[in-house]
Write a protein that binds this ligand. Structure first.
Ligand code: MG
Length: 259
């Protein structure tokens, strides 16, 4: 889970000032955790304690307000707060894929990973693209931590989810306008991983694409963590940006489900 969170923190300052290059300070001035981190930790906490994903997304948003949540997500939040109703909003944004990483760690069978990633998505992202994006990222995390090769992961995702993973990172950089849809950003995040040499290189690849940097790096970083592991100095640095409550859940989750 820390792999996605580092991506979010590192990418946070490049969303509005896109880098389009891999040469940038990893911990740039003003970088911070955003909604990607909060909702990823909410997913992990739900897997640890049981219950419904939507209750955790609501509760974590209450505890950590002002973290850059999307407009529609905030409408969802206030509908729950003032009308006591959860109303999914047919989203095909990448919000369901950015928070799903822990699902790839929390279950031992592919069918469970697919079912639970669907559950985690549909409470907000009940559009089929929102579900597909979440399932694809969780599947990549699952296969990577099971030591499957990049070639296997690529073929599996292409066959199961019909994403085109043949466009290179360079193509993505050239063509990328700011876009936060699942169908565009999920395959790009997976490509950032497939073309990487190590964990940090993957995060740099994702940010070099441009666009929705924190979420691209969060999704790609989640997969890279499962495949390469995360260097301890990066983890320690990330902790300096995080509140105690979030670190506690990360440690509990990784203790129970880590490699
Ligand atoms: Mg964000």
């Amino acid at each position: 889970m820390i792999g996605g969170i580092i991506g979010d923190i590192v990418g946070s300052i490049y969303e509005d000032g896109n880098m389009k290059s891999k040469d940038f300070p990893l911990w740039g001035e003003g970088c911070h955790f955003t909604d990607d981190t909060v909702l990823t930790v909410a997913t992990a906490d739900c897997i640890l304690k049981g219950g419904r994903f939507e209750d955790y997304y609501y509760s974590y948003t209450s505890q950590f307000p002002s973290c850059g949540y999307g407009t529609n997500f905030m409408k969802w939040y206030f509908t729950r707060k003032f009308r006591n109703q959860f109303v999914p909003y047919q989203s095909f944004g990448n919000g369901s894929a950015m928070r799903v990483g822990p699902v790839g760690w929390g279950y031992e069978r592919m069918t469970d990973v697919l079912d639970k990633s669907r559950d985690s998505a549909i409470c907000t992202h009940n559009h089929e693209e929102g579900v597909r994006g979440a399932q694809a990222i969780a599947t990549c995390v699952f296969l990577a931590r099971k030591n499957e090769s990049k070639g296997h992961i690529k073929r599996f995702v292409e066959e199961k989810f019909s994403y085109n993973l043949d466009c290179s990172l360079e193509d993505g950089q050239k063509n990328h306008k700011w876009n936060a849809t699942s169908m565009q950003t999920v395959p790009q995040a997976i490509t950032a991983f497939l073309e990487s040499d190590n964990y940090e290189d993957c995060v740099r690849n994702a940010i070099a694409i441009g666009g929705d940097s924190d979420t691209l790096a969060c999704m790609a970083g989640s997969i890279a963590e499962a495949y390469y592991g995360v260097p301890s100095e990066l983890r320690e640095k990330a902790y300096t940006y995080l509140p105690e409550k979030i670190i506690e859940v990360i440690e509990k989750f990784e203790f129970r489900f880590g490699k």
